[in-house]
Design a protein around this ligand. Structure first.
Ligand code: GH3
Ligand code: MG
Ligand code: MG
Ligand code: MG
Ligand code: MG
Length: 291
C-alpha cells in the first residue's frame, strides 16, 4: 500500500517509516502537516498516518482539509496521538479520522490496524468501480463520462484549448442481436469498447452513453485532430471481424463529432451537436465520421 506519514518527531517518523517498509508498504514520510497536504494533493495516497500535534497545520486540520476535498479515491486516515482522553478521540473522529494509534506504537497492533484499513479500502475500491464503470464493457458509465466531459470543458475554457466530444453508434446493431442473439450482441459491444479504448490517447476517455452508443471525450483536440481520432476509431472497428460465440462478425460504427474551443460550455449543447453530426453520418450511409 502507498502510505503517507506526517510526523514532526524525527525518531518516531523514521521508526514508523522503517516499520511500514518492513511490512512491504511504499512510504513517503514528511515532517509537517503542510508538506503532507502538498504531497496528498499531488499524488494519490490510500492511507495517511498523521501525528496529531504538529506545528502549523496539525493532524486535525489535515483531516478536515482532506475530507473537504471531494476526491475520487478515499484516503483512510489514522491519527497518531499521545493523548488518551475520550474527548480527543471524538474530536479526531469528527474531523474525519478513521482510526487512532497511540504512541509509542506497538508493531503488531499497527499491522492489525493496517489490515483493517486494507479491508475498508478494498471495499471502497470495489464500490467505486461499480459506481463508475459500465458493467458489461468496463468503460466509464454514463454518469462518469458526463462528469468528466464537464470537467474537461471547464479546464479547456480555463486553459483556452479545444475539447471535442464524439458519439459513436454501432451500425445496424439490432440486426446483430436479431441474427445471433443478445449474448452475442453483448460480446460485440465488449469488443467494440476494447477497440475504442485501444486507440485513445492519455486524456481521452470513452464511456457507454446508451445501449450501443459510446461517448468519447478528446481533450485538447480541435476539429481536425478530432476528425483524425474519429477516423482511427472508425477504422479500428471495421479493421477485422470480431470473434464471438457465433463466429466472426463484421462491425462498423458511425461517429458524430462536436468541438468546443472555449465558446460552448454547455455540455447539453455540445452533445446535441455531436448527435446531429452522428445523424448525418448515418444518413450518408454509416461507417463514417461527420463533424
Ligand atoms: P443504426 O445503424 O441506425 O444505429 O441501427 P441500430 O440497429 O444500431 O439502432 P437501433 O437503435 O435500432 O438498435 C439498437 C439496438 O441495440 C437495440 C437494442 O436492443 C440493442 N441494445 C441496446 N443495449 C444492448 C445491450 O446491452 N446488449 C445487447 N446485446 N443489445 C443492446
Ligand atoms: Mg508531534
Ligand atoms: Mg443507437
Ligand atoms: Mg446503432
Ligand atoms: Mg437508431
Amino acid at each position: 500500500m502507498k502510505i503517507l506519514i506526517a510526523e514532526d518527531d524525527t525518531t518516531s517518523r523514521l521508526l514508523f517509516a522503517a516499520t511500514l517498509r518492513k511490512l512491504g508498504h511504499t512510504v513517503t514520510a514528511v515532517e509537517d502537516g503542510r508538506k503532507a497536504w502538498e504531497a496528498w494533493q499531488k499524488d494519490e495516497y490510500p492511507l495517511l498516518i498523521s501525528d496529531w500535534m504538529m506545528p502549523d497545520i496539525d493532524g486535525l486540520q489535515l483531516c478536515r482539509m482532506i475530507r473537504g476535498e471531494p476526491g475520487l479515491q478515499y484516503t483512510y486516515i489514522i491519527l497518531l496521538t499521545a493523548l488518551d482522553s475520550k474527548g480527543s478521540y471524538l474530536e479526531g473522529m469528527d474531523a474525519g479520522a478513521d482510526d487512532f494509534i497511540t504512541k509509542p506504537f506497538d508493531e503488531e497492533q499497527l499491522a492489525a490496524r493496517l489490515r483493517v484499513a486494507e479491508r475498508i479500502l478494498g471495499l471502497h475500491q470495489k464500490l467505486h468501480i461499480q459506481a463508475t464503470r459500465d458493467y458489461l464493457t468496463g468503460v466509464w458509465n454514463r454518469a462518469s463520462i458526463m462528469d468528466y466531459l464537464q470537467k474537461e470543458l471547464k479546464r479547456g475554457a480555463r486553459q483556452d484549448i479545444c475539447t471535442s466530444v464524439m458519439i459513436a453508434d454501432l451500425d445496424h446493431f439490432k440486426r446483430i442481436n436479431d441474427t445471433y442473439g443478445h449474448p452475442t450482441g453483448d460480446e460485440i459491444l465488449q469488443e467494440a469498447a476494447r477497440r475504442m479504448s485501444g486507440v485513445l490517447r492519455g486524456y481521452d476517455r470513452v464511456g457507454r452513453y446508451g445501449g450501443e452508443e459510446f461517448l468519447i471525450t478528446a481533450s485538447g483536440c480541435d476539429w481536425s485532430e478530432a476528425l483524425a481520432l474519429g477516423e482511427r476509431i472508425c477504422s479500428s472497428i471495421r479493421s477485422e471481424p470480431a470473434n464471438s460465440r457465433a463466429g466472426q462478425i463484421d462491425m462498423t460504427v458511425s461517429i458524430g463529432i462536436a468541438t468546443s474551443c472555449g465558446q460552448v460550455n454547455d455540455i447539453g449543447e455540445l452533445i446535441a451537436a455531436a448527435d446531429q453530426a452522428l445523424y448525418q453520418a448515418k444518413e450518408a450511409g454509416r461507417n463514417q465520421v461527420k463533424l
